[in-house]
Write a protein that binds this ligand. Structure first.
Ligand code: G3P
Ligand code: CA
Length: 407
C-alpha cells in the first residue's frame, strides 16, 4: 500500500481547511509529485476497489472483496439496494437478473426487482456463477454459490479480513426507491461500530440522500457523484462551493476530470475520486492531474503504480537524424529508466536498449541517445521505470539518407 504521495502544496493554499481529512504531513516517500502542476490534497492517494476486485471475480460478493483486500486496496466500494422486508444488501442493479440466478430460481417473478424479494429469498440465490459463465478464462470454483451479502455482513467481513485497516466506501443506489434507506445505513454503521472510522466514505448521485446522511451523522464524510453531462454548462467553482456545505469530495466519471475541475474542487477543499479507472495509462493520466484516489475494478494495477516510481511524463522523441534519435521521459521518483528501440513493433528482433537514472538533481528527467540507426526507417520505442510494470510506447521515423545533392 502506498503512503503519503504528497510532497507539499504549492499551487493551493488550504491552510484554513476545516476538514481534518486534509491534514498535511510531509513524510518520507519514494514518489515525488513536485513536477506536477496540480497535486492531491489528501495525504494519501487511495485505491478504491470498485464493487471489490470486480475485474477478477463476481462484483459485490465476499470472494471479490477478499481479493481486493489481498491486492492491498485501501477501500472496498459497495452499492446498496433494499429488500422487500427492509434489509440493505450489496448489489449494484435494482434487479437481481444480471448478477444472480434469480430468473432460474424464480421464473415467474420478472423483472426480479430487489424490493420485490425478501432477504430470505435473496439468500438462496447464487451471485457468483454468472461470472464464470461470462468470463470462462477468469472462472473459479469458489465463485459458484457466492451469496448476496447484507451491508452488515459486508462491513464485518471487510473489517475482519482487512484487520481494521481497509476502509468501506458505500453508495446509496436509487435512494428515492427505498423509504428510510439512510436511517438504516446509519443504524448499521453504528451497530458495526464503524460510523466514527476515519476510513469510511458514503457516496451517492443523489444529493438529497447525501444531505440526509450528513444530517443523521454530521461527522461522516460524503462524496457527491457526478456522471455524464451532469456538470455540463455549470460553473464548476460555484457548484463545488455549493456542495462543500455537505460534501467532503466529488466522485466524477473519469471523462469529466480536467485540470479545471480538479482545481475548482481542491479550492473548495473537496477530494476528487474519479470512477472507474482500469488501465494503467488512464490511472497515470489522472494521477498526473492530481486526483486524491481512483475507483478501479483492477485494484492491483493501481496499487502497483502507487508503490513505486513510474514514468509520469513522456516518453517522447526528439532530435531525429538519419542515424540517431533522442528519447526522454520524466518519472515521479528516483529510479532507473529503461528505453528500448526496435524496427519490430513486438520488440522481438533488432532490439537496442539504453538505461539512465532519473533523480531529483535533474528534476527526474532522463534522456538517452540511440545511434547507428538505419535511415528512413520506422522505429518503435517503449520505456519503463525499472521499479514499475507501467510501460509507455511510441514510434518515430528516421530522416532519409542525405544525398550528395542535398549536402
Ligand atoms: O461509485 C462510483 C461509481 O461506482 C458510480 O457508478 O454505476 O459503478 O455505481 P456505478
Ligand atoms: Ca458504485
Amino acid at each position: 500500500m502506498k503512503k503519503c504521495l504528497l510532497a507539499g502544496l504549492v499551487c493551493l493554499s488550504i491552510t484554513a481547511s476545516p476538514y481534518s481529512v486534509f491534514a498535511q504531513s510531509l513524510q518520507s516517500t519514494k514518489i515525488n509529485y513536485r513536477q506536477m502542476a496540480l497535486r492531491p490534497i489528501s495525504t494519501d492517494v487511495i485505491v478504491i476497489a470498485h464493487r471489490g476486485a470486480s475485474a477478477y471475480g463476481p462484483e459485490n460478493t465476499l470472494a471479490t472483496y477478499k481479493q481486493a483486500i489481498l491486492m492491498k486496496a485501501d477501500y472496498i466500494e459497495l452499492d446498496l439496494q433494499m429488500t422487500k422486508d427492509g434489509h440493505l444488501i450489496a448489489m449494484h442493479d435494482e434487479t437481481l437478473a444480471r448478477t444472480t440466478n434469480a430468473k432460474k430460481l424464480f421464473p415467474n417473478r420478472p423483472p426480479w426487482r430487489v424490493n420485490d424479494f425478501s432477504l430470505e429469498e435473496i439468500r438462496r440465490l447464487d451471485a457468483g456463477s454468472w461470472f464464470n459463465q461470462i468470463y470462462p478464462a477468469k472462472a473459479k470454483t469458489e465463485y459458484i454459490g457466492q451469496h448476496v451479502p447484507t451491508l452488515e455482513e459486508a462491513i464485518k467481513f471487510v473489517k475482519k479480513h482487512g484487520n481494521g485497516k481497509v476502509g468501506i466506501y458505500i453508495e446509496t443506489k436509487t435512494p428515492s426507491l427505498y423509504q428510510g434507506m439512510e436511517e438504516k445505513v446509519i443504524e448499521i454503521l453504528k451497530k458495526t461500530q464503524v460510523l466514527d472510522d476515519r476510513n469510511l466514505f458514503l457516496e451517492s448521485f443523489n444529493e438529497q440522500s447525501l444531505r440526509k446522511l450528513k444530517s443523521l451523522a454530521p461527522k461522516v464524510k460524503v462524496i457527491q457523484l457526478y456522471k455524464g453531462r451532469t456538470l455540463a454548462g455549470r460553473n464548476l467553482h460555484q457548484e463545488f462551493k455549493r456542495i462543500s456545505e455537505y460534501a467532503s469530495g466529488i466522485g466524477p466519471n473519469k471523462g469529466l476530470v480536467s485540470r479545471k475541475l480538479i482545481k475548482a474542487a481542491h479550492q473548495n477543499y473537496l477530494l476528487v475520486h474519479p470512477w472507474t479507472v482500469d488501465s494503467q495509462s488512464d490511472m497515470v493520466s489522472l494521477l498526473s492531474l492530481g486526483v486524491d484516489g481512483e475507483f478501479t475494478n483492477t485494484a492491483d494495477q493501481l496499487v502497483d503504480l502507487l508503490e513505486k516510481p513510474f514514468i509520469s511524463h513522456g516518453a517522447a522523441n526528439g532530435h531525429i537524424t538519419n542515424s540517431s534519435a533522442i528519447l526522454w521521459a520524466r518519472t515521479n521518483g528516483d529510479t532507473r529508466v529503461q528505453f528500448e528501440v526496435s524496427t519490430d513493433s513486438q520488440f522481438k528482433t533488432n532490439l537496442l536498449v539504453r538505461t539512465s537514472h532519473s533523480d531529483d538533481h535533474h528534476d527526474f528527467i532522463v534522456s538517452v541517445e540511440f545511434v547507428g540507426l538505419k535511415p528512413d526507417t520506422k522505429y518503435y520505442y517503449r520505456a519503463h521505470a525499472v521499479s514499475s510494470q507501467y510501460h509507455v510506447t511510441g514510434s518515430f521515423q528516421t530522416e532519409p539518407e542525405k544525398t550528395a545533392k542535398s549536402q
